[in-house]
Design a binder for this molecule. Structure first.
Ligand code: NAD
Length: 354
């Protein structure tokens, strides 16, 4: 196995790994460990080149630093990627080699599942390193993050309603849910219980219909969701769904959901602000999963009650973001970045020199 460091400005350590025996080609990026070890998932994707993989891993690692800083997980930001097709290129040897690569970071980087990898893959990684989270609950780990992400989004929506309407009451409010997969379905349950009226869609019509039937919701076609008059538009499927085409169609007062990279570009957050639409920054409102995993890394190990209490802080984190946005006169996505950067800077000052 050959590990080669890649000097990268603004990152603590970036390395490539090539292992001809297992066929592993992978990268790990540690962006910042000021607030703790760098935790971030392992993505497997058929990248066409090392450059493409590096672009993605750097962007994602930095995103994790910001997400963890705002969520106050006591963690830094990092990410890893395997260059390969998750449908055809997986093997035990591949993930065990990845485990040895992770182990070479000596705990500075902690991995977890992500797009293209599964809990089963993490069990193989665990055979070679202890620096892995998100294993099955039967292994004293934190298990499926989706219910926690959904809880955080639900509480975040409450904070948004308070900010936008002066009252967090869900009864009588209409929420348009784009995507009712793992997170979306749990979220629908919370919202329905609280009395919200739901309009749902999913690429899978069966899934949309099933959730609609369970919660007395209306199901619409995937493209129609942008035109639904609602109080909250909740993206829980894909990224970049707030873009030049969709933004003028939205008939909502709030955008708040679990999807990552909801805004195509930061400027779309400015546009929402100009339109009087409150945006819950994605990495603030969808942090429930990472918060749940972070409890696993704490001394004493995983504790469900502690996880719940920390996920509940998402409500307060959003309120802080909204206050900063108001005070500075900026969009909420930019306010979230300000909050993250302030926390990292404070951590840097408090850190012992040397
Ligand atoms: P999932 O794959 O279980 O669900 C996504 C659902 O969206 C699927 O049912 C899919 O059919 C549907 N979908 C895809 N494209 C669509 C479209 N154009 N219109 C309507 N529906 C569409 O994924 P998930 O785990 O529920 O995650 C949802 C989103 O939240 C993802 O963007 C994910 O990155 C993000 N997220 C998830 C977690 C977590 O804990 N699972 C944590 C943070 C962020």
């Amino acid at each position: 196995m050959k590990i080669t460091d890649v000097a990268t400005t603004g990152y603590e350590r970036v390395a490539r790994c090539e292992d001809p025996v297992s066929g592993l080609r992978a990268m790990i990026a540690v962006h910042d460990t000021t607030l703790g070890p760098a935790l971030g998932g392992l993505r497997m994707w058929p990248y066409r080149s090392w450059d493409e993989a590096q672009f993605d891993v750097l962007r994602l690692a930095k995103g994790m630093t910001y997400k963890s800083a705002v969520a106050d997980t006591g963690l830094g930001g990092g990410k890893s990627v395997i260059l390969g097709n998750p449908k055809t290129d997986k093997s035990e040897a591949l993930f065990r080699a990845m485990g040895r690569f992770v182990d070479a970071f000596g705990g500075k980087y902690i991995t977890a599942e992500d797009v293209g990898t599964s809990v089963e893959d993490m069990v193989l990684v665990r055979k070679e390193t202890r620096w892995v989270t998100g294993l099955p609950r039967s292994m004293a780990s934190s298990g499926d993050p989706s219910p926690w992400t959904a809880l955080g989004v639900f509480l975040g929506i409450k904070a948004c309603l308070e900010e936008a309407f002066g009252d967090g009451e869900m009864r009588g409010r209409t929420v348009a849910l784009q995507g009712v997969g793992h997170v979306g379905a749990y979220l629908a349950e919370h919202l329905a219980k609280a009395g919200a009226r739901l309009v749902v869609t999913d690429l899978s019509p069966e899934r949309a219909k099933e959730v609609a039937t369970r919660f007395g919701a209306q199901a619409v076609a995937p493209d129609a969701i942008y035109d639904v008059p609602c109080d909250v538009f909740s993206p829980n499927a894909l990224g970049a769904v707030v873009n030049d085409d969709t933004i003028r169609r939205l008939r909502t007062k709030v955008v708040a959901g679990a999807a990552n990279n909801v805004l195509l570009r930061e400027e779309h957050g400015d546009r929402l602000r100009e339109m009087g639409v409150l945006y819950a920054p994605d990495y603030v409102i969808n942090a429930g999963g990472i918060i749940n995993v972070s409890i696993e890394v704490e001394s004493g190990g995983y504790d469900e009650g502690r996880s719940r209490r920390k996920v509940e802080n998402i409500y307060g984190a959003l309120k802080t973001v909204f206050r900063i946005a108001r005070e500075k006169g900026v969009s909420t996505n930019r306010a979230a970045n300000v909050l993250a950067e302030e926390r990292i800077a404070r951590g840097r000052k408090a850190a012992p020199v040397g």
